[in-house]
Design a protein around this ligand. Structure first.
Ligand SMILES: Cc1cc2nc3c(=O)[nH]c(=O)nc-3n(C[C@H](O)[C@H](O)[C@H](O)COP(=O)(O)OP(=O)(O)OC[C@H]3O[C@@H](n4cnc5c(N)ncnc54)[C@H](O)[C@@H]3O)c2cc1C
Length: 474
């Protein structure tokens, strides 16, 4: 390893190789997994990374790519024999094109910086998630992140027009397409989006921007039945005529703790954003209702948009789909509502805990959750279960506290949560990905031939198996 590091230092200079403190870094969104790698390699640009990968490929040196390390899947775990490739010095926004509505960025740019730059140019980047301050655009693309606006704009995949990737052998695959339409043969970028760093290292991207919607109307509402939430979703989509931009659901168990925990235990190096803490004082709605939904619509006309939104809520109230509601009357109140939705770190107080990220058809969700709860009760009647999610996308996050900190307890809970998915056409990962955490359960959601083709792709792109070794598939 020391010889290898000398060679890399010769390529990237001493600023590009960190050995001191490498193992003080954490590798996931909980801040729980320490990095064991002996060094962190920090290329300044694609050309440097290409040379580094040529060296690694020749000598079979395994590498693990790090973006913001906010993943929930142990996707950035690195062992002593691995090197970390961190994109933390590749943070340049290279260009913003307001005519074609694109932004060209290096992969290490934090998501929030992309959002803010788009906003400053009267444009909008349609990807948002709670870890926006720390997560990088490269990590978002590598995980095909979902988040809060999928219902209107789709996942990260939908926001990417072009990609540049350094392959395992150091070749630079440049596919920096700028157009919405380009059917000239295979669209290779899609192979790397969501591949979690196992097929190549994303170095640059051309992002799709949208027109900024100046009007944003939000409300937090409560319902007393799951079926009302599903009906409310259809009602709001229809009534708002395509303006619905978020429909985020929280079960009482999550809402209650998210309202009352101030996020101070947030382990993220650069927490969500300083003014995103729960600054509303008391909860916007009492914490005793069974279900809560944060509804948001964006549009271009203040008066008519607000009127349309209020009218839709009014109808929902009179039809009994909602039982209580509060409208955000300022940007500050909107942020406070989102702070509750984003306060996932509040779940830290229920350690040892597993956070699941299942997806399934909405029509199957209620029976799935009943079966899951029965399975969990069979383990113990006292396990804390916190549920929140992107209901409109069929995606739920389920946090389950373990009865003890042991592999056996974790396995039992995983079985309880995953088994009822299989016959309901569900997935073990709606948006977080597989990493190491969910690898043993991949077969619940992908058939043998799908997994076989994944292996063939891995073999093609990374024959020495040096990229994110053993993650996603064996
Ligand atoms: C509070 C909180 C809220 C969250 N909310 C959501 C949410 O709503 N939706 C959602 O989808 N996720 C969510 N996440 C999970 C996480 O933020 C996303 O997965 C995010 O996209 C990861 O970005 P990152 O830069 O931190 O990637 P990392 O954690 O650094 O890496 C994730 C994976 O991608 C690989 N990788 C990273 N960068 C690159 C690159 N440049 N090239 C190739 N591979 C790379 C890594 O090796 C790893 O396998 C949340 C996390 C937290 C802590």
């Amino acid at each position: 390893m020391p010889q290898m590091l000398d060679k890399i230092r010769a390529l990237v200079g001493s600023e590009g190789v960190l050995t001191e403190g490498a193992n003080h870094r954490t590798t996931d969104g909980w801040g729980a997994q320490e990095c064991q790698a002996s060094a962190i390699i920090r290329p300044a640009n694609t050309a440097e990374l290409s040379e580094i990968m040529k060296l690694c490929h020749e000598s079979g040196q395994k590498v693990v790519t790090h973006g913001g390390c906010t993943n929930m899947t142990r996707g950035c775990v690195a062992g002593e024999d691995e090197l970390v490739i961190s994109l933390e010095r590749m943070t340049t926004i290279e260009a913003i094109d307001t005519t074609n509505r694109t932004m060209t960025v290096q992969a290490g740019v934090p998501l929030q910086v992309v959002q803010e730059r788009a906003d400053a140019n009267d444009l909008f980047f349609a990807l948002d998630l709670g870890a926006r301050g720390t997560a990088t655009i490269g990590g978002n693309i590598a995980t095909n992140a979902g988040g809060n606006q999928v219902i209107r704009y789709g996942m990260a995949r939908e926001q990417v027009l072009g990609l540049e990737v350094v392959l395992a052998d150091g070749r630079i695959l440049s596919s920096m397409n700028q157009m919405l339409k380009n059917n000239a043969g295979y669209d290779l970028k899609h192979l790397f989006i969501g591949s979690e760093g196992t097929l190549g290292i994303i170095t640059r991207a051309v992002l799709r921007l949208r027109p900024k919607m100046p009007v944003c109307t939000s409300a937090l509402v409560a319902t007393d039945q799951f079926s009302s939430m599903a009906k409310l979703l259809n009602h709001m989509e229809k009534s708002l005529g395509g303006k619905l931009s978020a429909f985020e659901t929280m079960w009482q168990s999550y809402y209650a703790i998210a309202c009352h925990s101030s996020n101070i235990s947030n382990p993220m190096r650069n927490p969500i954003s300083s003014d995103m803490s729960n600054n509303m004082g008391k909860p916007p709605l009492p914490d005793s209702y069974p279900f809560y939904i944060l509804i948001e619509a964006t549009g271009a006309h203040q008066e008519s948009d607000s009127e349309q939104f209020l009218q839709a809520l009014d109808t929902a109230l009179s039809e009994g789909l909602i039982i209580d509601a509060v409208l955000a009357e300022s940007g500050k109140q909107q942020q406070a509502m989102w702070a509750i939705r984003d306060n996932i770190p509040a779940l830290m107080s229920y350690q040892p805990m597993v956070l699941f990220d299942v997806s399934l058809p909405i029509s199957e969700m209620e029976s799935y959750l009943e079966k899951m709860q029965q399975n969990l009760n069979a383990i113990s009647n006292n396990l804390f279960v916190g549920i929140l999610g992107h209901l409109g996308d069929g995606n739920l996050h389920v946090a389950v506290q373990l009865s003890e900190d042991s592999t056996a307890a974790k396995k039992a809970v995983e079985q309880a949560v995953y088994a009822p998915l299989e016959h309901r056409g569900g997935s073990i990962s709606g948006e977080h990905g597989i990493g190491l955490e969910k690898k043993p359960y991949l077969h619940f959601s992908r058939n043998e031939i799908e997994i076989d083709v994944m292996r063939q792709l891995k073999q093609l792109f990374d024959p020495e198996h040096i990229l994110n070794y053993d993650k996603v598939i064996d």
